[in-house]
Design a binder for this molecule. Structure first.
Ligand SMILES: Cc1cc2nc3c(=O)[nH]c(=O)nc-3n(C[C@H](O)[C@H](O)[C@H](O)COP(=O)(O)O)c2cc1C
Ligand SMILES: [Mn+2]
Length: 475
């Protein structure tokens, strides 16, 4: 059986049942779905949530699925520390997709024709307090380059405008927007399809930084470990994933822009808005008992999905200049930071690694922390500890003024005048060298309990005090 969302969910449940929790109470798509994720996050709990009864919809909704590196490591079949390396190595061996018969394609089990399209029947959440409306946050939009015929895929936010229309927000040089403009210049609608709900390898493939237009289906195959199965779309010549949960088909209209936003985004605050192109949906196909997928856009889930491809690219470029690199992490709590661990062979390794990272991910990175190989870069406490014990600001801090820009997504990239008007400014970057000083400085050894002894501790035999023991020791 081909890998899909369901095969991954069973892998997740097999590993630990509590990683998938069913919400059987009826929830309102307006804040009701994100309320559960938020309430659990306050307790430090990030299970995948399957909502069975979303008001106004017969379709289930899954949210909070990719909220931890452990869940990414699960499908990549590696340790968390090794994600950037394994991810990068897999992307270097793309796997061609295969096209299957319509009758074999599970996503064609249910068909909704144009006259019956009603997006309000999908369980599309309103995520945060000030959001402009419901948003598709985990849809992979597929579009064909009219010049080369290559198919490109990516995740772009889609605000729902009415029963059949939604927006699409393309950033900067992302291929989706470049391709859309080619159709627009010819005054033609751009046929698109949006895939909702699939194996995480498909989703990560779609957001991987593949060189040039297209290649995402091949990247998805590499990350899934098998050829992605495709099927012909019903309303265009696009090829779409045959085992997605839901496919929306339609076109981006050339001259029908619409006001969009606000929408709470990955920095944890509102980003973007303005005027965006409109997509008209003309057909929906879905599986029996379809599961609609949502990504918590303003939180950890978005940053895990977006951070792994960045860590993967940075790993590859840093490794070329500093072969003693151990691993890197663009953490899920700040895409502007990057933590690099390495076995320092010479002092210059630190700056070489930091500059390679900054050059690879110029869009968002501005704070690089370099640590020794004994520090776990996936643990923010370890990073803070390394800064606290191995970093001296006067000697180890490098500020790079006017590193990147001008402008960008964050308010720190803008200068405001007395009238409140803003102009783009250059942003700075910083390298924090939290590695131990090189010899001759003798650095104290880290205090640890011997590993063999830690492993011998019989944790399963721990229990609470019984009555007799309470009588003995408690007042
Ligand atoms: C959850 C999530 C939401 C995203 N939202 C957007 C978006 O609204 N607009 C955008 O241009 N990119 C967005 N991205 C980033 C793109 O999907 C990503 O950079 C992708 O590689 C772009 O592909 P392309 O260059 O082929 O268009 C998002 C990524 C993730 C993981
Ligand atoms: Mn692309």
């Amino acid at each position: 059986m081909a890998k899909d969302l369901r095969s991954y969910l069973s892998q997740l449940v097999e590993q630990n049942e509590s990683q998938l929790r069913l919400v059987d109470t009826e929830v309102d798509p307006r804040f009701g779905i994100t309320a559960y994720a938020a309430a659990l996050a306050e307790k430090g709990d990030y299970p995948a949530l399957l909502f069975n009864k979303v008001k106004g919809s017969n379709i289930a909704c899954i949210s909070n699925l990719l909220t931890s590196y452990e869940r990414i490591a699960l499908y990549l079949g590696c340790e968390v520390q090794d994600i950037p390396r394994v991810y990068g190595e897999k992307l270097q061996k793309p796997i061609e997709p295969v096209v299957i018969e319509r009758s074999e394609a599970t996503v064609k089990q249910q068909i909704i024709e144009e006259q019956d399209v009603d997006l309000s029947k999908l369980p599309i959440p309103v995520h945060n307090e000030l959001d402009g409306g419901p948003y598709l946050s985990a849809g992979v939009m597929i579009i064909r380059d009219p010049d080369t015929g290559l198919i490109n895929a990516g995740i772009y936010r889609h605000q729902i405008f009415n029963e059949r229309d939604m927006g699409v927000w393309f950033l900067g040089a992302h291929h989706g927007g470049l391709i859309y403009k080619k159709y627009k210049q010819q005054g033609k609608p751009a046929p698109i399809a949006i895939a909702l709900g699939h194996h995480p390898g498909f989703i990560m493939g779609a957001v991987s930084r593949v060189q040039g237009i297209g290649g995402e289906y091949e990247a998805a195959g590499a990350l899934m470990g098998e050829a992605l199965e495709l099927v012909k779309a019903d309303t265009s010549d696009l090829l779409v994933p045959a085992h997605a949960e839901i496919i929306l088909e339609g076109e981006i209209l050339p001259d029908n822009d619409h006001a969009e936003g606000p929408f709470g985004e990955w920095p944890g605050h509102y980003l973007g808005g303005g005027s965006v192109p409109t997509i008209r949906i003309t057909k929906i196909t879905h599986r029996n008992n379809a599961i609609f997928q949502d990504i918590v856009a303003s939180g950890r889930e978005h940053l895990v999905v977006g951070g792994v491809p960045r860590s993967g690219s940075i790993y590859q470029t840093v490794k070329q200049v500093v072969p003693s690199l151990k691993t890197v992490n663009v953490p899920f709590y700040s895409r502007m930071n990057c933590y690099i661990s390495l076995r320092k062979e010479r002092d210059s390794d630190v700056k070489k690694a930091a500059f390679a990272a900054l050059n690879t991910e110029q869009e968002n990175l501005r704070h690089i922390v370099v640590v020794d190989e004994d520090i776990d870069v996936f643990n923010g406490e370890e990073i803070a500890w390394a800064i606290g014990t191995r970093f001296d600001a006067e000697r180890d801090l490098l500020i790079i003024p006017k590193w990147n820009g001008p402008g960008g997504l964050l308010p720190t990239n803008w200068e405001y005048n007395a009238e409140g008007k803003n102009t783009p400014r250059m942003s700075s970057a910083v390298v924090v060298d939290a590695t131990k000083p090189a010899p001759p400085v003798v650095f104290p050894k880290r205090a640890v309990v011997p590993r063999e002894q830690v492993e011998l501790a019989e944790l399963q035999s721990l229990r609470s005090l019984n009555a007799e023991e309470k009588g003995k020791w408690l007042p």
